[in-house]
Structure formats: C-alpha cells, structure tokens
Write a new protein. Structure first.
Lengths: 535, 105
C-alpha cells in the first residue's frame, strides 16, 4: 500500500560510503539474463546465475577485463574521461534523481552513483589515486564493487534529469551507460534488457514477432480503424518506392494502451494520403541496446537505415517511442550513417522542410503532426476528447534527449479542450521519469519502480486533485507500459494514453461515418450546446 | 533453472513461473498453473481465452495483440483482468504455456 512505500527514511545510513556491500532482494533487482540470450548475441560469460546468489560466477580474470575495458573506453570516449575528472561535488544533482527522492538511498544521488565509478577510476588511472589510495578518494575494485555497480547502475533510468542541473553539464546517464557496458564484459546483465535485444536482432522487434505475425497485427489494426471510421484503411507493408518508411515501437502493435496510438497513426496517414510503408524488418523503434552497450545499440539500430535503403524511401518517420529518439537523434547518424541515400525530409502536405533532421533524415511523428495542424491541414473536433481532462508527461528522451517540448503540447491543445500542466519543476526539461525506463520495467523490480516513479505520480496527483485530470498522455512505449501500474498504485483513477490516440479521436476524416465512441469504444461526452464547436 | 511442482508433476519454469517447455503444454498443465495465478477454477470463459492464445501461438510463435485477444474472445480488457488478475500478457499467457512477453509491455 502507498502508506508503507511513502515512509521514506530521511536520515542517511551510518557507516562509510566506500563500503560497497549491498543487500540484494526481490523488489529492487532485475533478474540476470538467460544464457541463451547472451549466446545468441555473442556476449561473454553465459551462465545460470542470479543477483541474489552469493557466487556470481564471474570469469577468473574479471578484474583485468574490467580495467582494460575501462582503459579502452577512457581513450575512445572523451566524454567519459571528462566526466570521470570534472565533478566538484557541488551537490546540485543530489536531490534531482527520482530514485533518490523515492528511496533516500544516498548512493542514488547522481553524484554518488558516479562516485562509485570515479573512485575506481582514481585508483587505477590517476597518479594521486595510485599513490595515496583512500586519501585521494580512490577505491579498490573488488567483487563487492562489481555487485554494487550492478545494483546502482541498474537503478538509474538514464533519464538525464540530474544533468539538467549540473553546472558542468555532466551527463550521469553516460556514466551509467559506461557502467553497464563494462558489466556486460563480464556477463553481468539483465534478462529484461537482453531478451528484447536478442529478439530484436533475430526478428526485428523486442517481442520477437515474426513477419507473418507482424502482418496479422497490422492488418487487424487497419481493419479496426476501418470499422471505427467506415473508411477502407489499408496499411502498406514493405512497399518498395514509398516516400516514407514509418518506424514505431513494437509495443504499439502488441500492448494496450499503446494500440490506440497505432490506430491514431493509421487514421492520420489515411486522411492525409501519406505515401508510406511499414516494415517487419525494421519493426522496432525502441533500442534496448542503448541499455546495454554502444556496440549493441549500433547493431540493433542499423536495421532502420538498411531497410530505408532497401525500400528506396526518401525519408523516415518515427512513432511515439522514448529511448528510440535518443539513439536516433544523438547516435544514429554517426553510428550507422551518413544516410546520404535519403533526402532531407519535406512534408508532402505542407512543404515544410524539417531542417533539424538534415543529418538523420528521420522526423518525429509529433513534429510532423504539429506541422500539419499549424498549416490547417487537419479537421479536428476537440470536443470528442471532452471525456478526458488531460495532462502531459514529457517522456524523458524526447524531452531532454531531443528538445521535443512544444509539439506534443501544440497537438494536445488542438485536439482537446481540457489540458492542464503539472507543476513546472516536473515537466518539460525538468520532467520526472516514469521510474521504469532504461530496461528496468520488469515485475521483480516493482518496488524500486514504484519508488522511482513516486515524484511523477505525485505531480499527477496534484493536477488530479486541482483540475480533475483523468488522463496522463505521453509519447513513449515504456511510459504506456509502466505508468498505468504506477498510477494504479499512487493515483488510482488516472488513465494513460498516447498523444496520437487523442488525435485519432478528434480527427474528422473525409467521408467518415458518424462516430459516437472514442478509439477505446467509450462513448463521447454528451455535447453541451454552449461548448459545441462543430455543426 | 527453477521448477514448479503440483502434486508431483514438475515443470521447468522461468523466475516468474512461466513454462519453459512449451511443447509440454496441454489443458491439464493449464489447470496446474491456474493456482499460481490466483485463478481458483477454470471456467468456459477462461478456456476461451486460453485456447485462443494457445492456437495463435502455435500459428505465429507469439502471443496475440492484447486488443485482438479481447475482440476475438468477446471480452473487454477489464473482463480479462477479472478472469486473469495479472492480465492478458502475463496471467493468460502463462496458463496457455507461452513464454513471458518482453520489451515495452
């Protein structure tokens, strides 16, 4: 019950922080990756083990592997070296982490999380650390430190809220990414990350949906969108020569409430007559490689450009996916590009050139839709969303990873009439994470997810009580998967939806039949004459 | 690998209790697993969902879309949660002998 989790101990624990000992227990860990997934991906040290075991069955030369791995990466990534050096421990980040706020564990302060690695960096890679050891803030790398790293680097959602407040701009998410990458070298990884990664590598998506299953799901959605609108909506699959390749997270064609966002996309594309295609090969926007290593991220991401090239499209459009956009926006172009076989994206409906995508050639669906609305190309009836009092959760990676702040709000204010913001220090670039990102959204980690999501849920509670908000919108598949559980616990009575689900409700399509219910089949709110916007 | 045991019958399962030997599934296996999902009695309404998921899995190698389960079995999502408290992707799939879905779900 919320009553127990909200009793957050505010006194720091006694003892020395340099003691790496961690108490592992179900509720705040993720299970280890199954050997079959490591083997499939060609990762080292596949074996049966669990974080709860005393013996983690590390390779005999684990220490050498880790230190050499660290040395290589210090050379390869200047940001890593910089972030190991420059922190002045001002403490600005300390209370900005949702996991710290929800758990009060000092090692969840971003500065401390980074210090777990910095102390090892000092010991082996700086002169003062080598000479003076603990006096210079250095720590030996021991097996307990490995376990501590595992615990805390899988207790960070790489959301980057802390980095917004760091006067040096240290990106603690990158330190977590390095921590996980190093742990991967000795086979300390989690199944909730590596199974989707293995599935994605083999089948093109995290769920492991094969091409005939992909077609079945997409056809089913097209048929349901047709039933709802009375129109014949078709979705082209792997059609060579289409202008646009559309890539979405696989959860959009598997889970709920994601699915209703898919209906929204399909209705939009039909209405504007977009010349597009989807693909079973590039059937995943998300990238669980980001949660594992740069190499894995690159391997999984490569499918998007490859398929765009094979199909001969001009540019790529991407759906409501969170971490996908960090990869696309910040890594794809240099990792798997340059995509010089593609053209600079231009909206075929408005002529808008998406200048910001000149290098990646990939446009976010919210940019695309906001532009359509701005140019008056869509007929919208926002009263069809009158049954919702809406607020918006800035999904971390689109917000902080690519600065997508205005477009979703512009859409929401066009498709609904009752939109209310959460408090300003919990939205936009200061948005609070769902608490389950970066591969932590698994059941055995539920207590930590509920703790980490507490600041977000608390802000939702505020707008629920003040404005009667009953719908939290977002643009990330992990959000859609995990926020319902979070809200059910902390703020019952608030549902979760994608922005394009509300667009699908409000979109008045040419030749549509009379619609009386929303995409979920719930009846529209009865019209009040004074508020009726359409005749 | 963990095992799940009912009246002397042992099954290899994952940490969440999902059957790891999909070929071993039959309706008796579903009955054995029901108690682990807080389902006391398997009614015709349960079987309709379980059989639909199982047949889909045999054809496609994966669980059907949640919305498709609802529509094809004539249930609302809330009905599925009443039948299988941990939901369609977890409870219903477990009883149908499918592996646990992973990713942003």
């Amino acid at each position: 019950m919320p009553g127990t989790l909200v009793q957050i101990e505010s006194k720091p624990p006694r003892g020395d922080w340099t003691d790496p000992h961690v108490e592992f227990r179900k509720g705040s860990i993720c299970y280890s990756a199954a050997p079959k997934n490591l083997e499939y991906l060609g990762l080292p040290n596949p074996r049966v083990w669990q974080p709860l075991d005393a013996d983690w069955k590390l390779p005999p030369d684990w220490k050498r592997i880790l230190l050499e791995g660290m040395k290589d990466r210090l050379k390869k990534y200047r940001s890593f070296r910089l972030f190991m050096e420059i922190c002045v421990r001002c403490g600005a980040c300390a209370d900005k982490c949702h996991f710290y706020l929800g758990s009060a564990d000092p090692k969840n302060m971003p500065v401390m999380r980074a210090e777990l690695m910095r102390s090892v960096y000092r010991r082996y890679f700086t002169l003062t650390g080598r000479l003076f050891g603990a006096l210079a803030g250095a720590r030996e790398l021991t097996e307990d430190v490995v376990k501590e790293w595992f615990y805390y680097f899988y207790q960070c959602t790489e959301c980057r809220r802390c980095s917004v407040f760091c006067p040096y701009g240290i990106d603690t998410a990158e330190i977590t990414m390095m921590g996980r990458e190093l742990l991967n070298l000795i086979g300390c990884n989690t199944n909730w990350i590596l199974e989707p990664a293995a599935n994605c590598f083999r089948m093109g998506n995290h769920l492991g949906i094969q091409p005939h299953g992909f077609k079945d799901s997409i056809d089913f959605a097209a048929e349901e969108a047709s039933e709802i609108t009375g129109l014949k909506i078709e979705v082209p699959i792997q059609r060579k020569g289409a202008e646009v390749l559309f890539v979405m997270p696989s959860a959009d064609y598997f889970a709920s409430p994601h699915y209703y966002t898919l209906l929204g996309y399909l209705m939009l594309f039909h209405e504007i007559g977009l010349d597009y295609t989807v693909s079973a090969y590039a059937s995943e926007g998300g990238n669980f490689g980001l949660f594992s290593s740069h190499e894995m991220m690159k391997r999984l991401n490569a499918k998007i450009y490859e398929e765009a090239r094979r199909l001969g499209v001009k540019w790529i459009l991407g759906g409501e996916c969170g971490h996908m956009w960090r990869v696309l926006h910040q890594y794809m172009d240099t990792m798997n590009g340059p995509a010089d076989f593609l053209e600079v994206p231009v909206s075929p409906m408005t002529g808008t050139v998406f200048e910001n995508t000149r290098s990646t050639k990939m446009v976010h669906i919210c940019e695309f839709t906001a532009d359509l609305i701005h140019h008056g190309r869509l007929r919208l009836d926002p009263s069809r969303n009158d049954h919702w009092n809406v607020t918006y959760h800035d999904s971390c990676n689109p917000a902080r990873g690519m600065g997508l702040l205005e477009e979703p709000r512009y859409i929401l204010n066009s498709v609904s009439r009752h939109f209310h913001e959460m408090p300003e220090n919990t939205i936009r670039e200061q948005t609070f994470c769902c608490g389950s990102g970066a591969g932590l959204g698994t059941d055995e980690n539920l207590e930590m997810r509920l703790r980490g999501g507490f600041p977000r849920a608390n802000a939702v509670k505020y707008v629920k009580e003040k404005y009667g908000v009953n719908l939290l919108t977002c643009i990330c598949a992990i959000d859609k998967a995990t926020l319902p559980t979070l809200l059910e616990y902390w703020v019952p009575g608030v549902e979760v939806a994608g922005v394009h689900e509300l667009l699908g409700n409000a979109l008045v399509m040419t030749g549509e039949k009379e619609r009386t219910a929303d995409l979920r089949g719930e009846p529209f709110a009865p019209a009040r004459e004074s508020e009726a916007l359409h005749a | 690998m963990p095992t799940f045991e009912v009246e002397g019958r042992k099954y290899d399962v994952d940490e969440d209790g999902f059957l790891q030997e999909p070929e071993r599934w039959n309706e008796d296996v579903a009955r054995d697993f029901a108690q682990s999902e807080a389902v006391n009695e398997l009614t015709e309404a349960h079987w309709k969902v379980i059989r639909y998921i199982r047949n889909y899995y045999l054809q496609y190698g994966i669980a059907p879309m949640v919305r498709k389960v609802c529509k094809e079995t004539g249930n609302k999502l809330s009905d599925i949660y009443s039948l299988f408290p941990s939901g369609p992707a977890k409870g219903a799939c477990k009883l149908a002998g499918l592996p646990k879905p992973t990713g942003c779900v």
